[in-house]
Write a protein that binds this ligand. Structure first.
Ligand SMILES: C[S@@+](CC[C@H](N)C(=O)[O-])C[C@H]1O[C@@H](n2cnc3c(N)ncnc32)[C@H](O)[C@@H]1O
Length: 261
């Protein structure tokens, strides 16, 4: 397993960019912190004294940061494919006294079992990320999670998971409410949105090369339009060997799906 390169010697105010990331993300998800806390409620109950977590599609490591602060005996591995977000996380947090490792890998291509080893991970957490993966990649990633998570360990996925097509009223109401909430966040409250944040960070002196690399990796990708819905998420996890799978927290289509291995 090869750790991601250190790019943090650049003279960038990493803390400020991490804080701006959190604000931008909370514009889309006003209950983002409540969702992190609900994930940790599960870990409070199920994790042993010392344990290892995987922050999947970590971005700048928002889960890792909160998790390592809350659990002083835990270790965390953060994986993402965006070199710029990883640099912000590494710059702002470093390795948290050797408890945090950063990996740069494309989840659509990496073999997590080779990378991490079977049964080595106690808890996998992911937020607002896996909807970026096409369905076929998600099936593959979940199958790998079934192998890297030890029996009794957990997978916690916090993301918007669409209601199924036989629930059109649920779908329409969720979409309408989401649009209304975004207008409130970005127009009324003046929170920086995704495009504005990226435009600003790409102009930071020293970050041009990382921004170009990100563009090369992600420019052609977009959030999946035909993404697997909630029911499919459940089936994928059951198929991967998670014996208990269900929603443990929910606000409309924004859920935490918990799988117990
Ligand atoms: C909206 S961000 C969420 C980041 C973080 N989990 C959070 O909640 O703030 C989505 C993340 O998914 C990552 N991502 C998308 N596709 C990926 C892939 N194929 N491999 C690894 N990471 C990926 C992006 O780079 C980005 O960091």
């Amino acid at each position: 397993m090869k750790d991601t390169p250190q790019r943090t010697q650049l003279d960038v105010d990493w803390q400020t960019w991490l804080a701006r990331w959190d604000v931008q993300q909370s514009g889309y998800l006003p209950d983002r912190e409540a969702r992190f806390d609900a994930m940790f409620d599960v870990l409070d109950y199920l994790m042993p004294e010392q344990w290892t977590a995987l922050d999947l599609a970590s971005g700048p490591g928002c889960i890792s940061q909160r998790l390592l602060a809350r659990y002083p005996n835990a270790r965390c591995i953060a994986i993402d494919y965006d070199p710029l977000l990883l640099a912000i996380g590494q710059g702002a947090m470093g390795d948290v006294g050797g408890r945090l490792r950063w990996f740069e890998a494309d989840l659509a291509a990496v073999d997590l079992v080779d990378m991490l080893g079977e049964g080595k991970i106690d808890a996998v957490l992911s937020t607002t990320a896996l909807h970026w993966l096409p369905g076929a990649s998600l099936w593959r990633v979940f199958a790998q999670l079934g192998k890297v998570v030890r029996p009794g360990g957990v997978f916690l996925n916090g993301d918007n998971m669409d209601f199924a097509n036989h629930l059109p009223t649920f779908q329409k109401m969720t979409k309408a409410r989401y649009e209304q909430q975004q207008t409130e966040s970005f127009k009324k409250n003046g929170i920086e949105d995704w495009e504005q944040w990226w435009k600003a960070v790409k102009q930071v002196p020293g970050l041009e090369a990382l921004a170009a690399e990100r563009e090369a990796r992600f420019g052609h990708r977009k959030s999946e339009e035909n993404r697997p819905n909630y029911d499919t998420h459940k089936v994928m996890l059951q198929n991967a060997g998670f014996s208990e799978v269900d929603t443990i927290w929910q606000h409309r289509d924004n859920r935490i799906l918990l799988g117990v291995r």
